[in-house]
Design a protein around this ligand. Sequence first.
Ligand code: RTP
Ligand code: MG
Length: 136
Amino acid sequence: MTERTLVLVKPDGVERKLVGEVVVRIERKGLDLVALEMRTVDRELAAQHYAEHDGKPFFSSLLEFITSGPVVAAVVEGPRAIAAFRQLAGGTDPVEKAAPGSIRGDFGLETQSNLVHGSDSPESAAREIKLWFPSL
Ligand code: RTP
Ligand code: MG
């Protein structure tokens, strides 16, 4: 089933010049890019994007991080695109959870600055795509 998912290259990924690396992996997997744009994230968008984590101990630090520099936002499409990109990204903790060969497993060391975001369910994907790309 064709799905769409929202992907972010987080500020650490942009800073480290890994945008191309992430795009290569998305394309090599066979997924399609529907939209791709560099964005500066204000606190309001950050809080809406990560609303599910409001109240958690790492929430304010997460907002600081995600607003600390430009991100690259993309809408990615393909069969089972949500799970497919989560597989490319690897688990949240780049050392304990992300396998070597995944983006986080290959390039990450810390749980917060873990390079990429991918929607985690069809409901999240729909909500996030509407938030980031309202015209799609
Ligand atoms: P994301 O939403 O960014 O794709 O990451 P995820 O699904 O793998 O992980 P999630 O549980 O949704 O957490 C969102 C982001 O918050 C930061 N985080 N920090 N310090 C901590 O314990 C902690 N836990 C999560 C990470 O940047 C994580 O990707
Ligand atoms: Mg998440």
